[in-house]
Design a protein around this ligand. Sequence first.
Ligand SMILES: Nc1ncnc2c1ncn2[C@@H]1O[C@H](COP(=O)(O)OP(=O)(O)O)[C@@H](O)[C@H]1O
Ligand SMILES: [Mg+2]
Length: 292
Amino acid sequence: MQTCWIVYNGSLTHDKFIDQALLLQEAAEKQGIQAILVKNYELLMNVQQSLPLRPDFVVFLDKDILLAKYLKNQGIPVFNDPNVIEICDNKAQQYIMLAHAQVPMPSTIIAPKVYREFSIQHTGYYEQVLETLQLPMIIKEAHGSFGMRVYLIETREQFFEKVEELSGIEYVFQEFIGNSRGRDIRVNVVGGQVVACMHRHSETDFRANITNGGTASPIILTERQKEVAIQAAAALNAEFAGVDLLFGDDEEPLVCEVNGVAHIRNIYNVTGINVGDFMISYILSKVEAFAI
Ligand SMILES: Nc1ncnc2c1ncn2[C@@H]1O[C@H](COP(=O)(O)OP(=O)(O)O)[C@@H](O)[C@H]1O
Ligand SMILES: [Mg+2]
């Protein structure tokens, strides 16, 4: 019998993280795989030593990228690939790659590195950003989930306050897609195929994240929405991706972000689809292909 480890973050005590791991465990066991839930800190990353036990593959549901790399170096197939998790975990990095692949997305400027407690105000840099993107605009930290580090900036005062506050932190400036205020689409892509999607909307916030108060409902994607979601996942080499799509002018899809470790519980509740089933089938076909 094949075994897999489902690695998740043990320091995050919120139920949704273990719940996520359980959905994958259920999917794996349905396909005859023994699936063991492993908290990231349960694996001692003693870098010069080999792990005493090793599974046939690892489904990595954490952003402990160093652990993902360590496991990969031990010769264990890790999904998503650690490099993909790393790129997706940094919105600035992923926007550079998405733009390079000409994926449709809001106009985006990567903030320059400014060392903490230093400032580049009065150099004219920020005026250039304001002139290029105009207000209102979005400021988004490179690392963040559930809408928590995404800010809608409506005034110059808010803009300058935020850039000072973020000194020393990686972030981006982004065109605010007003047509998409409080609504977006989450598309789960597995192995280059769309396997599930949902519409998310919020009456109270510009962010559609469910954790932030949004509600979700089923949606049928247009061919263009599917195409853009698949293109975004491919641009980042993401075998599994949770792609957020915004509604641009004429409802044209624009990529908001790509999640390399997408949560699958909400989409399961809305659609009845366990994305984990597709993830496990995909991994099995790939691991078997390796073995041949
Ligand atoms: N450029 C934008 N224009 C309009 N709304 C946006 C934009 N960027 C993000 N949002 C809204 O904010 C939410 C959170 O942004 P996102 O980039 O997906 O970060 P997170 O990783 O926190 O989910 C999105 O789901 C969307 O509703
Ligand atoms: Mg998002």
